[in-house]
Design a protein around this ligand. Structure first.
Ligand SMILES: C[S@@+](CC[C@H](N)C(=O)[O-])C[C@H]1O[C@@H](n2cnc3c(N)ncnc32)[C@H](O)[C@@H]1O
Length: 304
């Protein structure tokens, strides 16, 4: 059974505009849900899949065992250029998978007790324990504020430092709760959600990976190639949105400086402006609630 329900699978496949002989990349294999949909569309084409998590690679290897045109790569998608020279489509479905979140021992969840881990890559050296117990208070506060958009970052960082050492996820939840006013604790949504998101982003250097990856994609995408990204929170979405804007707009300096016939239209076009999951999908898959899917197509033809 596939333990992770893919978000916006049909939309993602439609936006990738798959050619049966094309080269595709799934940068976030997870449990192989999107990958399988891509493979179903390929005939002579090939799919490269990346995941930082060895468990994801092993489970998907089994799930996709009927296909011989798929390559599994246990590495960060930011290193895409080390493995793939050219591609007709690249997909990212960011964040953590349901099995990562639901298995207490991975330490991602504020609902189940487990060690303070949160590493997507079990070989990586920095864990949530190191961040929570080792970072100076100011650095913790900055992470909670920037990566968790947490209003009470200062109070939470102070409470964490006061209660060190903190060893488990539920101990951390208690400490976070101690720092929050009752009115916040009584609000809908889990009070530790933002802080856990922040620590997870720091442990896995998620935003740096995304930025580094985006810078690589232009060299890899073939003409008419598509880059499609599903994000789950505003920090990720902002990075993707701004990058896609850069790819698809001519900056005003060039517009003024050049003769009209010299103004190059952008090499990319936007097939859409960011879409959300349908109400129907959200009702059966809560993970899709915060998801936004965006895509760009490389289009050199417009400048010829
Ligand atoms: C939301 S899940 C993907 C689910 C998948 N699309 C499916 O349908 O089963 C995200 C996956 O990406 C992996 N991941 C996150 N950041 C990564 C990175 N920088 N490099 C490689 N894998 C990453 C996580 O380990 C996780 O397995």
């Amino acid at each position: 059974m596939n333990k992770h329900v893919s978000v916006m699978p049909e939309k993602a496949i439609e936006m990738l505009n798959i050619k049966e002989d094309g080269i595709y990349v799934d940068g976030t294999l997870g449990r192989g849900g999107h990958s399988k949909k891509i493979l179903e569309k390929l005939k002579t084409g090939k799919l490269y899949c990346f995941d930082l998590d060895e468990e994801a690679i092993e489970e998907s290897r089994n799930y996709l065992k009927d296909y011989d045109n798929v390559v599994f790569i246990h590495d960060n998608f930011r290193n895409i250029a080390d493995y793939v020279e050219h591609a007709d489509g690249i997909l990212l479905d960011l964040g953590v998978s349901s099995p990562q979140f639901d298995e207490g021992n991975r330490g991602f969840s504020y609902r189940y007790d487990g060690p303070l881990d949160m590493r997507m890559d079990q070989n990586s050296t920095l864990s949530a324990y190191d961040v929570v117990n080792g970072y100076p208070q100011e650095k913790l506060e900055k992470i909670l504020r920037e990566y968790g958009e947490e209003r009470f970052a200062r109070k939470i960082a102070g409470e964490i430092v006061k209660n060190r050492p903190i060893s488990t996820t539920l101990e951390l939840v208690d400490v976070i709760k101690q720092a929050l006013p009752t009115k916040v604790l009584n609000k809908k949504g889990h009070p530790a959600k933002q802080s856990f998101q922040a620590i997870r982003i720091e442990v896995n250097q998620e935003l740096d990976s995304l930025k580094a990856f985006l810078e690589e994609t232009d060299r890899i995408l073939n003409e008419k190639g598509r880059l499609v990204i599903i994000t789950f929170h505003s920090l990720e979405d902002r990075i993707v949105k701004q990058y896609f804007k850069k790819l698809t707009t001519v900056d005003d300096d060039k517009r003024i400086a050049l003769r009209p016939e010299d103004v190059r239209v952008p090499d990319y076009r936007l097939p859409n402006h960011g879409e959300k999951a349908s109400e129907e999908e959200i009702s059966v898959n809560r993970r899709s609630k915060s998801a936004i899917i965006r895509g760009v197509e490389k289009d050199y033809g417009k400048n010829r």
